[in-house]
Design a binder for this molecule. Structure first.
Ligand code: SAM
Length: 271
């Protein structure tokens, strides 16, 4: 079979470093009888070693030409293949069929990584954990704290839902073709009954953070002025002169809860 020519449009940067692959498989720690889903198996760099440890692996791959070449390999028989866009895949149906929380992993196609993570957050109640290779900047956004340039809506929503850990820094040299960016392998574990933050409604939290970070340079009194008066911000112990990156996830939750508790959600039509 001819050598595969990597497609830029599908972010095909294949892992080639055996030590990194081994470490990643160790972090994923696949176990028999789990519902494991790999996104973008590509040329099976992770797929094959994961299949050495389990009986069945569900894979979602957009490029139909990649996996055909592995038909004669023994691990191929363990695959349940969906040739689909991971952004359109019905994860809920998969969960309903198996009635078991899903574990998702992959060296993600970087052009869809953020959208995919947000899409998966909307189905968080069916997910046990996620282990992803990401572009360094996306991983840093996910884990950013207040005060950081990268702290924003993604950090707040991600840290609201999940305990996120950076597991491994990966150099561009570990991929073929070599990407222009550094990578980080992260683990995201959804909180179950141990949520560190509370919000009545995640859609309201999402709305407030979106409004605040739309104009990053504006002080809160201006960016959130449409909803919160200066007096309300002060009453909530939030300095109206601060910029959106300077207040905590807890404070964003407070703001969104204020909206619900004061029946303002009808007025602003968030839902
Ligand atoms: N897992 C392989 C590895 O580590 O070498 C390949 C990783 S490569 C960065 C991303 C993979 O995701 C490619 O195989 C690509 O074809 C696939 N892909 C790209 N867009 C996709 C999408 N929307 N849905 C599913 N797979 C996609």
């Amino acid at each position: 079979m001819k050598k595969h020519i990597p497609l830029k449009k599908f972010s095909q940067n294949f892992l080639i470093d055996y030590n990194i692959i081994k470490k990643i498989v160790g972090f994923i720690n696949p176990k028999l009888n789990e519902t494991l889903v790999e996104i973008g198996p590509g040329l099976a760099a992770l797929t094959k070693p994961v299949c050495n440890l389990i009986d069945k692996l569900i894979i979602i791959e957009i490029d139909k030409n990649l996996l055909k070449r592995f038909k004669k390999y023994s691990f191929y028989k363990k695959l349940i293949i969906f040739y689909q866009d991971a952004l359109k895949f019905n994860y809920l149906e998969l969960f309903n069929q198996r009635n078991k929380l899903i574990r998702i992993f992959g060296n993600l196609p970087y052009h869809i990584a953020t959208s995919l993570i947000l899409y998966l957050f909307e189905r968080i109640e069916i997910i046990k954990d996620m282990n992803f290779m990401l572009q360094k900047e996306v991983a840093e956004r996910l884990t950013a704290s207040p005060g950081s340039k990268l702290y924003g809506r993604l950090s707040i929503i991600a840290q609201y839902y999940c305990n996120i850990k950076i597991l491994l820094h990966v150099s561009p040299k570990c991929f073929q073709p070599t990407p222009k960016v550094d990578s980080i392998f992260v683990s995201l574990k959804p909180y179950t009954n141990d949520f560190p933050y509370f919000t009545h409604n995640i859609k309201v939290l999402s709305y407030v953070t979106n409004l605040a970070f739309q104009k990053r340079r504006k002080i809160l009194r201006h960016s959130l002025g449409k909803i919160f008066s200066k007096e309300v911000l002060i009453a909530l112990n939030i300095d109206p002169k601060l910029r959106p990156e300077n207040i905590s996830i807890f404070q964003y939750c407070q703001l969104s809860n204020y909206i619900i508790e004061n029946n303002m959600n009808q007025k602003y039509n968030f839902l």
